[in-house]
Design a protein. Structure first.
Lengths: 265, 88
């Protein structure tokens, strides 16, 4: 068995890469898959705190690459899911401590240990981004329905095509259905039309995401969270299941409204 | 479309501006060419073609069209009719 290596990238910062990696990893692991996340943002470590693992770090990615520890020693086990791991970024080094070929070697070693490797790329299109995509079998580009995020996503998609990384898949994050309804936010269709790549998920703007990161407990395990459902759907699609896109209409259908009132959603 | 509503509100809804502005800027980003470079290209194309055939520069349309992420330069260059020129 060999893991699939997926890199999450965006160009622009702050669109939700880290949160998406944490949530998709949790969703995959809760389906029984063995998952290892890698924080690719050396010098600006963050995935650990979003996943609630900040107090458990002993070794980091640079320690593995420079041979100061074994791979397994740097894989921090999640609190809730026994087959979910994190390899944290180094905090006191910079991106030049790692090269693209180091990442390929690390990825190949990890393929034997787990089913999925999710790499959280740093913002930007420089060394950290190059490192993060080096080992990827597939790249997910995440964006928000907002001009600067879409423009940067397009730039990154162009770079990935030039690197012959294959066509990436798109996650549209923080879509606000009521603003779309008022024609004051780009719709998912608009964004797909502009970027012209395959869509793999639409995540609605949802306060529960921040509550989850505050607690260090990604909301992908919470049945009632709309964003959590969207991340679970993405994980399912990555695993090859054909899951319909959620109805994100702010009112929802009569049935979803009844379900919501009954506290089922 | 929506002209009446837009006149009342005084401006069109912002999603439409966002999409139109992005469509334009992405053409420049993807080809790495500025507006001035596009105009220079257009002038060069017209100069070459008019060396061989008679064209009306004002009727020429040169656009970037896209299919998916593929972009193509599409030129629509009406030729001036030779017969009409002769009779006129």
């Amino acid at each position: 068995m060999s893991a699939k290596i997926i890199t999450m990238t965006s160009g622009k910062g702050g669109v939700g890469k880290t949160t998406a990696v944490a949530n998709i990893a949790v969703a995959l692991a809760s389906n029984g898959a063995r998952v290892c996340c890698i924080d690719g943002d050396i010098g600006l470590r963050n995935l650990d705190i979003v996943m609630g693992l900040e107090n458990r770090i002993v070794y980091d990615i640079v320690d593995v690459i420079e041979g100061r520890c074994r791979l397994r020693q740097a894989m921090i086990r999640d609190k809730r899911l026994p087959e979910l791991y994190l390899i944290p970024a180094a905090q006191t080094r910079d991106k030049s401590a790692v090269s693209p070929s180091d990442m390929v070697r690390l990825g190949d070693e990890l393929r034997k240990e787990v089913d999925w490797v999710l790499i959280d790329s740093p913002a930007g299109i420089e060394r950290g981004f190059r490192n993060s995509i080096a080992a990827a079998d597939q790249v997910l580009v995440i964006t928000n329905p907002e001009v600067s995020a879409v423009r940067d996503a397009d730039r990154v998609i162009g770079l990935l095509e030039a690197e012959e990384k294959g066509s990436p898949s798109l996650i549209i994050n923080r879509l606000n259905p009521s603003m779309v309804k008022k024609n004051d936010m780009l719709s998912a269709e608009d964004v797909i039309d502009l970027l012209a790549i395959r869509l793999i998920g639409i995540v609605p703007e949802d306060e529960t995401v921040i509550v989850g990161t505050n607690r260090g407990a990604p909301i992908a395990l919470e049945a009632k969270s709309m964003a959590g459902q969207a991340f679970r759907n993405i994980a399912q699609r990555m695993q090859g299941h054909d899951v319909p896109f959620m109805d994100l209409d702010s009112q929802g259908s009569l049935w979803t409204r009844i379900q919501r009132m009954a506290g089922r959603r | 479309m929506g002209g009446f509503f837009e006149r009342i509100v005084g401006r069109k809804r912002s999603a439409k501006s966002a999409k139109e502005r992005l469509q334009l800027v992405l053409i420049h980003d993807r080809t790495d060419m500025t507006q001035a470079e596009w105009e220079a290209l257009r002038d060069d194309i017209l100069a070459v073609i008019s060396r061989h055939v008679d064209i009306d520069p004002d009727a020429v349309r040169i656009d970037v069209e896209h299919e998916g992420r593929e972009q193509r330069l599409v030129a629509d260059i009406p030729l001036r009719s030779v017969t009409r020129r002769r009779s006129g």
